[in-house]
Structure formats: structure tokens, C-alpha cells
Design a protein around this ligand. Structure first.
Ligand SMILES: C[S@@+](CC[C@H](N)C(=O)[O-])C[C@H]1O[C@@H](n2cnc3c(N)ncnc32)[C@H](O)[C@@H]1O
Length: 421
């Protein structure tokens, strides 16, 4: 099922997507100006396409391939695989990601950026790297060796990426006033649309950090939903708090807790914080911890079969608590950013078998493809879930933009009055 050499997984999507904060004012002007500046610097006449998808999603396409006339340089920087993946998605290079840089490089000189695919490059390498490497783009050097390697911890932009090998524009949310835009993968935005948070609904986001989906739910409800966001460490919940402040989100209560243990009959009530009483929430979002194998591009994944096997146990525990906390008639949305059957269709099968009170319902709006065949779901059930993958499935053919995304899965359940075993 999962193959690191799969060209879909080893390449970045051909789009960059941002979520637009509907609580703030957005206009295309700043984006257009940034693209125009880049076009001037690169000597390109045509800007990449950009447009809104629904009111809160911004899509940016690649620079036109044929027009690019890349100036070659002999200087190569080596960056780690994570940093290389970020460059391919349109990021600059930051100091901690740099592994090797020749001694003769000049500040503000042009530099090629290569990703270390096997993780063998020693930090501070001065000479040519002979390990397996991938060209990921070129840019302008903004830090020299002594800034990068002579300090215990270096930070800041080391290379200003001019053009990633993926031809994606180098644009980040800092071009707008704080909190107007958020870089977010398209299926994650769809996941928010599936939750469809409305005023006065009690919504639990069980695995919420860094808060990308929490803030989306708050924004779409115009700060009117009653959202509780949980994650398991205070460093993580601090991130949710900071994102809510940045996005002017005011309808979220944040708690540090283990969500597998956040339901109890002895609870003092929803307002008292976790644990909560059973049947408390109109909607529960379980954006589960997962193997993350749908993230693109996958350049150097070191996940072991043992680690892969472990995720379903925590996912099942979290889902059990989610079922307890959901009101009868409520909506439970389960999502992952991975491609394995066990964590997706397999988890849905397990849940339906274990909890007769659960009923699978369509994950509207259905933008991704159907669930995989021969994985325990019948065709009706396959059509209710969303699996974001490159193949067209005749059961529900999807638009190209929803096929060139990260690998992602969404399933929605409702709770009936049936008794569970
Ligand atoms: C896929 S990430 C969530 C991303 C988040 N929903 C967003 O869109 O920004 C999964 C999160 O689950 C959290 N997590 C894992 N086990 C947990 C548990 N037992 N209780 C609460 N949170 C947990 C992890 O710390 C991680 O932040």
C-alpha cells in the first residue's frame, strides 16, 4: 500500500493552499504585489494563477514552466530532508536545516539547494557531498558558515529561496497582517467544512494542536460556536492559544489533558473542563495522531513497521472516548493525514463493529475520492467517506485539484440511541 518511491508521495502537490480568516479582511492586492516582485526578480512575465475556492480557501498555482531560465551556480548547500521538503513546497531555508556549505560562498550570492535524502550528511560539511541528494531549488545565501555552524544554536533565514524545483511560488502568510492567512493543506480545510461549525453548537476538538482546525471552526461560526480544544502537553496547548490570539478567535476554551481520559460520569459539567460528562457535545472532531504518511513530499521517512502498527491503538482509544462524549444525534468526524488502510477504512470498520450506536453518514461536502475497495467497506460506505489520493475512482470521480493534495482521510459518524456492547 505505502511505497516511499511512489512518485505521488515523493513529490509536492502542484498547488499551495491557504485558509483565509473570515474574521479579518483579505484582499488579493498584497499577494499580487509579492508575485509581481518575484516575477521581476526572476525575469518572468506571466504571474502564476491564484484564486479563491469557497470564501475561505486561497489556491496558488505554479510558475509557468517554459518561461523559467534558471541561472546556474556552482555553489551547493546541503539541507536536511525536512527542510528540503519545505523548500519544495515554497519555503525559505532556515538555519537549523542547513547541513553543509562550501567555504568559498559569498553573502548574497546565488546558491543551489540540495536535500540530503539519506540523512548521512554531517552538520558543518565543507566539501562536496557525495551521498544521495536531490536538487530542490535555488536562492540567495543570507548566512555564512560561522553564523550557521560556529554557534550552538543558530536561527533565522539562511537562504532566501528564489525558485523551488517544484516551481511553486515562495509566498508565506507574513505578507498579510497577522492572522489573515494560514498555510493549510486543502484536505485539512475540507475537514473543517465537513465539521461545519455553527453558532451555539458545543464542539470538542480532541487533538487540537497547533489549532489549525480549531481556528477554522471558530472562524466559520463567526466566533459563535462553543468550542473546546484539547491537546496533551502545555507546549502544544500554548500553540493553540497563540494561534487563537493571532486569528482573533474568542470562542475556544483550551485544556491540556489526555483526551483518552476526558469522559467521566463524575464530571462537574462541560464548563468545569475535562473530564466531561457523557453525551455532552453536538460535534466531536477527532483529527487523530497518525503515521503521517500522506504528507508530501516524503523524502526520507524512517518510520518502522512497529511504529506503523502502534497508531491504531491510540486511535481506537480516542475514538471510544469520542463516542461516549457525543450526544445522540451528534456528529463525530474522524480524520488522518495518512494513507494506511488500518488507520482509515480499517478504523471505520472497527468502530462500526464495536459500537452499534454508531452509524456512518456522508462526510459532506464530498470533495475527496471514495474509500478504498476491498478494505471492509461496502460501496455505499465507501461513498460516505473521503480519501484524498491521485487515482480516479469511478465510484466518485473527483476534480484534479482534490487529487493532487496530501494523502488524507475523513469519515463522519452519528450516534443513535442503540445500546453499545
Ligand atoms: C494530527 S495532530 C492535530 C492537528 C490539529 N488538529 C490541527 O489541525 O492543527 C494530532 C495531535 O494529537 C495530539 N494527541 C496525541 N495523543 C493525544 C491524547 N491522548 N490526548 C490529546 N491529544 C493527543 C498530538 O499532540 C497532536 O498535536
Amino acid at each position: 500500500m505505502y511505497d516511499i518511491n511512489d512518485s505521488w508521495l515523493s513529490q509536492p502537490p502542484k498547488y499551495t493552499t491557504f485558509r483565509i480568516n473570515s474574521l479579518k479582511k483579505f484582499s488579493f492586492c498584497q499577494l499580487e504585489q509579492v508575485l509581481k516582485n518575484q516575477a521581476d526578480e526572476l525575469n518572468i512575465s506571466v504571474l502564476p494563477n491564484y484564486y479563491k475556492l469557497n470564501p475561505d480557501c486561497l489556491i496558488l498555482e505554479q510558475w509557468s514552466y517554459n518561461e523559467l531560465n534558471l541561472e546556474k551556480t556552482n555553489n551547493d548547500a546541503i539541507v536536511d530532508a525536512l527542510c528540503a521538503a519545505a523548500v519544495l513546497r515554497g519555503s525559505h531555508v532556515f538555519a537549523p536545516g542547513v547541513m553543509g556549505l562550501p567555504t568559498n560562498c559569498k553573502l548574497n550570492g546565488k546558491i543551489n539547494i540540495y536535500g540530503d535524502l539519506e540523512g548521512n550528511c554531517k552538520r558543518g560539511l565543507k566539501v562536496k557531498y557525495n551521498g544521495k541528494k536531490l536538487y530542490v531549488g535555488y536562492g540567495i545565501l543570507k548566512m555564512l558558515r560561522h553564523d550557521l555552524f560556529d554557534k550552538e544554536k543558530s536561527s533565522g533565514m539562511a537562504i532566501q529561496t528564489l525558485m523551488p524545483a517544484s516551481k511553486l511560488p515562495v509566498v508565506n502568510e507574513t505578507i498579510y497582517e497577522e492572522g489573515v492567512l494560514l498555510l493549510q493543506n486543502l484536505p485539512s480545510i475540507v475537514c473543517g467544512w465537513v465539521v461545519n461549525a455553527k453558532a451555539n453548537e458545543f464542539i470538542l476538538d480532541m487533538c487540537a494542536a497547533p489549532g489549525n482546525k480549531t481556528t477554522h471552526l471558530a472562524e466559520m461560526s463567526n466566533n459563535q460556536a462553543k468550542i473546546i480544544a484539547i491537546d496533551k502537553t502545555s507546549q502544544k496547548t500554548e500553540k493553540i492559544k497563540q494561534l487563537c490570539i493571532k486569528h482573533e478567535v474568542q470562542c475556544v476554551k483550551i485544556y491540556t489533558a489526555d483526551s483518552t481520559k476526558c469522559c467521566s460520569k463524575d464530571s462537574l459539567g462541560v464548563d468545569a473542563g475535562p473530564p466531561f460528562p457523557p453525551n455532552s457535545f453536538d460535534k466531536v472532531l477527532l483529527d487523530a495522531p497518525c503515521s503521517g504518511l500522506g504528507q508530501r513530499p516524503q523524502l526520507n521517512n524512517k518510520i518502522t513497521p512497529k511504529m506503523l502498527e502502534s497508531y491504531k491503538f491510540v486511535q481506537r482509544k480516542l475514538l471510544s472516548t469520542a463516542v461516549d462524549l457525543l450526544k445522540v444525534g451528534g456528529k463525530l468526524i474522524y480524520s488522518t493525514c495518512t494513507v494506511t488502510v488500518e488507520e482509515n477504512e480499517g478504523l471505520v470498520n472497527w468502530a462500526l463493529e464495536k459500537y452499534p450506536s454508531l452509524k456512518l453518514i456522508p462526510s459532506h461536502p464530498l470533495m475527496g475520492g471514495p474509500g478504498l475497495p476491498s478494505c471492509g467497506l461496502n460501496d455505499d460506505q465507501r461513498l460516505m467517506v473521503q480519501r484524498f489520493r491521485p487515482e480516479v475512482d469511478i465510484l466518485r470521480p473527483t476534480e484534479a485539484i482534490y487529487r493532487d493534495t496530501i494523502g488524507f482521510f475523513i469519515a463522519t459518524f452519528t450516534k443513535t440511541a442503540n445500546k453499545d456492547k
